[in-house]
Design a protein around this ligand. Structure first.
Ligand SMILES: *[C@@H]1O[C@H](CO)[C@@H](O)[C@H](O)[C@H]1NC(C)=O
Ligand SMILES: *[C@@H]1O[C@H](CO)[C@@H](O)[C@H](O)[C@H]1NC(C)=O
Length: 445
């Protein structure tokens, strides 16, 4: 995500400078020319030094990234903008005035009903695998995977799969006191920082009602490395384990080496981590919450009678484009992306068609950094299915969202799933996007 952001910013930034120059006369024009000159100098010096051919084919993106790194390392050469440029603006959300006036609507929870159970333990006798190793996501066969898409009573893989007795820990290990606390939560706001990829962004207290401060659990999951980085920044949890509104929950033994993948556990599986919870809101750690969670639930779930709400991507709506973009920016092992996408195409993933009034979604690419959920059977099933895709294939969850949704719909034509895909500008109004900690951290996106 960070490459994308930086990449997206470079060009429009210069355009912004030009238009400001027009408005306020010669000074900015001069500054702009100076910047261009300096930029050109840096560019030429850099490539001359390294003796590279700037225009060698197929390689431009990596060169642009290197150039940005140079710019980042020489902040005096080209001043970074003082304030974050806002190409995409937030838009207003008509929240109700106060949490005092809201109640869960009668009959709200009358969504598609069935019961879900989760596979807790696996033993090798079912698989006959040599060197059987327990996996957090389990060993799901393709036939089992197919059956999981039917919205009927069932037991399915949904992370947290333990190995046979005597095998090592289940991974994603939590302390008993944290677990006990999490069991009490009815409404949850959660996030995570793994691998020190972000700063701690505390929710904006002024925007959070007393009711929510008292009744909503704000939990941020961190690994031990992040905990120690945070303490060296001076962020130390108090005796109760809080920093501001966040309760810090330390996770030991992350189940994946890829931090992005590990971040998908709390992102998708809040219904499993908080087994008594009725609602949850997820936000990526690069964002600061500045809206009241109960007002968010009222607006995005209750008012629209939805059970799952996620914003669409601010730029891309076709997952084919998302794949290209992932490959262009070298976000992930390209062979793995091709394998995943080839599988989806073969299994009937269709292209997004904005002109078709019956398109089931306003976009096939989500901006998945903010998710609002009622923990209903359909919503929980969708979360498990989406998680299983990430577990089986790549951690790029934007690639699997539409496939998972469309397949779920296709296999359950009579069992609706009330998904509310809202505008990304609304997401911006609730959660401010801030910078990642480093230029290329193992960020959780
Ligand atoms: C749930 O109840 C509301 C209000 O009575 C109704 O409008 C809606 O259609 C119902 N939904 C389902 C899935 O039964
Ligand atoms: C990339 O993915 C393919 C297919 O999953 C795998 O065989 C290969 O080892 C991966 N390459 C790297 C560098 O991880």
């Amino acid at each position: 995500m960070s490459f994308l952001k930086h990449n997206g910013e470079l060009l429009p930034n210069s355009i912004r400078v030009v238009s400001r120059g027009k408005r306020s006369g010669g000074f900015f024009k001069l500054r702009f020319l100076q910047s261009v000159f300096l930029l050109a100098t840096v560019f030429l010096t850099y490539f001359a030094t390294l003796g590279m051919n700037i225009f060698s084919p197929g390689d431009l993106d990596s060169r642009l990234l290197s150039l940005q790194e140079v710019l980042q390392e020489n902040p005096k050469v080209v001043k970074p903008p003082v304030k974050r440029r806002r190409k995409y603006h937030p838009c207003e959300i008509q929240f109700v005035e106060s949490v005092n006036n809201i109640v869960e609507p009668k009959d709200y929870m009358n969504f598609t009903q069935f019961s879900l159970d989760y596979i807790d333990k696996e033993e090798n006798k079912h698989f006959g695998i040599i060197n059987f190793e327990p996996r957090f996501g389990g060993h799901q066969t393709l036939q089992e995977r197919e059956n999981t898409f039917y919205a009927t009573d069932k037991t399915l893989h949904c992370g947290f799969v333990k190995g046979p007795p005597g095998s090592s820990s289940t991974l994603f290990d939590l302390e008993e006191k944290d677990r006990a606390y999490m069991n009490t939560c009815r409404v949850v706001v959660s996030s995570c920082i793994f691998g020190s990829s972000d700063y701690l962004r505390r929710p904006d207290r002024r925007m959070i009602s007393e009711f929510s401060k008292k009744n909503v659990c704000f939990v941020i999951f961190v690994d031990e490395q992040t905990l120690s980085t945070l303490s060296s920044d001076g962020n130390i949890p108090d005796d109760q384990g809080y920093m501001g509104l966040w309760r810090i929950v330390v996770v030991r033994n992350l189940p994946y080496k890829d931090m992005r993948k590990a971040g998908k556990v709390p992102k998708f599986l809040s219904h499993r981590l908080f087994p008594s919870s009725r609602y949850s809101i997820w936000l990526d750690s690069k964002m600061r919450l500045h809206a009241d969670p109960m007002l968010i639930i009222e607006y995005f779930l209750w008012r629209t009678r939805s059970e799952y709400a996620i914003s669409n991507h601010y730029e891309r709506h076709c997952v084919w484009e998302e794949v290209l973009q992932n490959k262009r920016l070298n976000k992930y092992n390209q062979t793995a992306i091709d394998e995943q996408f080839g599988y989806y195409e073969a299994d009937g993933l269709t292209k997004f068609d904005p002109s078709d009034p019956n398109t089931p979604l306003p976009s096939y690419v989500p901006e998945g950094s903010f998710i609002i959920r009622a923990h209903t059977p359909m919503s929980n099933l969708f979360s498990c299915l989406w998680f299983n895709e990430v577990d089986r294939f790549t951690s790029r969850d934007q690639l699997s969202f539409a496939y998972t949704y469309l397949k779920l719909r296709r296999m359950n034509p009579d069992r609706p799933f009330y998904l509310n895909m809202f505008k990304d500008c609304q997401r911006r109004a609730m959660a401010k996007l801030l910078k990642h900690r480093e230029l290329s951290p193992p960020s959780i996106t």
